[in-house]
Ligand binder design. Structure first.
Ligand SMILES: [Zn+2]
Length: 361
C-alpha cells in the first residue's frame, strides 16, 4: 500500500477485524460493527443524499470504538469537526464580550522518542507533560496575562523508523490581541521544562502565528485549506500511518500486526478531542460522548433502497458494503439495485418509509 492507494474505511474495518480475530480478542465490537442490525429492525436502508452525492447505511449496530474501527472513527471525526467549526465561528463572530477581538492560534506539542520506546511510555509522557503545562499558579497567571479563554486539544500519532511519534495539536483561544514572540517564548520554555520533569526531552513547540485566526480572516479560514479544524481532526479520520500498518498487518506482516495491537490496546478508552474546562459551555456546544454523537444520523436522505435482513447477510458475507457505497456514489441507486440483482441480492426501491424503516427518526 502506498500513500496514494485508496482503501475504503469498510475495507480497513474488515482488515482490523481479521487482525483482532487472529489475536483471539474476545468482546471485539469491531467484528459486528455495521454488519449486524440494531435490535427491532428488520431491514437496512441504503440512503443517498443527492445534494452532496453521499451514501450511507442506516439501522446498523455501531461499535464507537474510535481507535480500532475506521468506520466509526470517520463518523465521529466528522461530527467533532462540525462542533469545532461551530465553536470557532461562535468565538470569532460574537459581537458581544471578549471574543469580538478574539484570536485563535494553532500549536503543535512534540517530544523526542526512540524506536524502542513503547507507545504507552511516549503517550503518558506527552499527556502528563501537557497536563502539567496547563496547571498550577503560573498557568493561571498566564491565562490572565495573555487572555487565554481555553483550548481544544487533539492527539495525532504516526510511526516511523524512530518508533511511535505521538504529538498534540492544540488550538488556543485568546480573548484579545497577543504578542506572538512573548507568547511563544513563554510556552516554549514551559513545555520544555514540563517534558523534562516527565523524564523526556523536547526541543520546543511549533506555533504558526501566520495562521492566526481572527474575525477578519474567518471567511478565509472557511474557504482556504489551512484551517485549524482540519488540523485537529485530520489525524482521526485520515491516519495514513495507522492505515498502512493495518494494511501490512492484514497482509501478513507480523511486526505491523503487533503495532496495530499495541495501538488499539494503548488507545482504548482515550478521548479523541479534549476541550478545556468550560470552553464548550462558553461557545454554546453540547457536551456529548463519542457513542452518543456516533448514534446521531445526520445529512439529508433523498433516495432509499430497502434491504431485508436475509439479503443484507449476503452483502456482509460477501464483503460488499464498500462496493455498494461506491457504486451508489458513481451510478446512483437504480443502477446499484440492478447490480445487486445481478449478483443475486434483492433490494426494494422505496419512496415513502415507515418510522421503523427510517431508523426511528
Ligand atoms: Zn465501529
Amino acid at each position: 500500500m502506498t500513500e496514494t492507494t485508496k482503501i475504503s474505511k469498510y475495507e480497513l474495518q474488515t482488515m482490523v477485524k481479521r487482525i483482532l480475530e487472529n489475536f483471539s480478542i474476545e468482546n471485539n465490537r469491531v467484528s459486528t460493527c455495521c454488519r449486524e442490525l440494531i435490535p427491532h429492525r428488520n431491514s437496512v436502508l441504503l440512503c443517498h443524499s443527492l445534494s452532496n452525492n453521499y451514501s450511507f447505511f442506516v439501522n446498523l449496530k455501531r461499535c464507537s470504538s474510535i481507535w480500532s474501527c475506521p468506520v466509526c472513527l470517520a463518523r465521529v471525526s466528522e461530527r467533532r469537526r462540525i462542533e469545532i467549526e461551530t465553536g470557532i465561528k461562535n468565538f470569532l463572530t460574537s459581537s458581544h464580550g471578549p471574543s469580538s477581538h478574539g484570536r485563535i492560534v494553532h500549536c503543535v506539542f512534540t517530544l523526542q522518542h526512540h524506536a524502542e520506546d513503547s507507545l504507552k511510555l511516549s503517550l503518558n509522557r506527552l499527556n502528563n507533560s501537557f497536563s502539567e503545562f496547563c496547571d498550577h499558579r503560573q498557568w493561571s497567571m498566564a491565562v490572565s496575562r495573555f487572555g487565554i479563554e481555553g483550548y481544544i486539544k487533539s492527539f495525532e500519532l504516526t510511526k516511523g523508523v524512530n518508533g511511535w511519534h505521538p504529538h498534540l495539536h492544540v488550538a488556543f483561544f485568546f480573548d484579545n490581541e497577543i504578542k506572538p514572540k512573548e507568547v511563544h517564548k513563554w510556552m516554549r520554555e514551559r513545555w520544555i521544562s514540563k517534558v523534562q520533569s516527565q523524564g523526556g526531552l523536547s526541543t520546543g513547540l511549533f506555533i504558526d502565528f501566520r495562521r492566526e485566526m481572527n474575525a477578519n480572516n474567518f471567511s478565509d479560514y472557511l474557504t482556504k485549506n489551512w484551517n485549524i479544524t482540519h488540523e485537529l481532526t485530520k489525524s482521526n479520520s485520515k491516519s495514513k500511518s495507522m492505515n498502512i500498518l493495518i494494511y501490512k498487518g492484514f497482509h501478513g506482516d507480523n511486526e505491523s500486526c503487533m503495532s496495530v495491537r499495541e495501538y488499539i490496546d494503548t488507545m482504548r478508552g482515550k478521548r479523541m478531542l479534549r476541550w478545556s474546562k468550560g470552553l464548550k459551555d462558553k461557545l454554546g456546544i453540547d457536551d456529548k460522548e463519542d457513542e452518543a454523537i456516533n448514534e446521531q444520523e445526520t445529512g439529508t436522505r433523498d433516495l432509499f433502497l430497502l434491504i431485508d435482513r436475509e439479503e443484507w447477510e449476503k452483502i456482509v458475507g460477501n464483503e460488499l458494503r464498500s462496493n455498494i457505497l461506491n457504486m451508489t456514489k458513481k451510478f446512483g441507486l437504480d443502477d446499484t439495485k440492478n447490480w445487486l440483482h445481478g449478483v443475486g441480492i434483492e433490494a426494494k426501491r422505496q419512496e415513502v418509509l415507515t418510522k421503523e424503516e427510517y431508523g426511528g427518526l
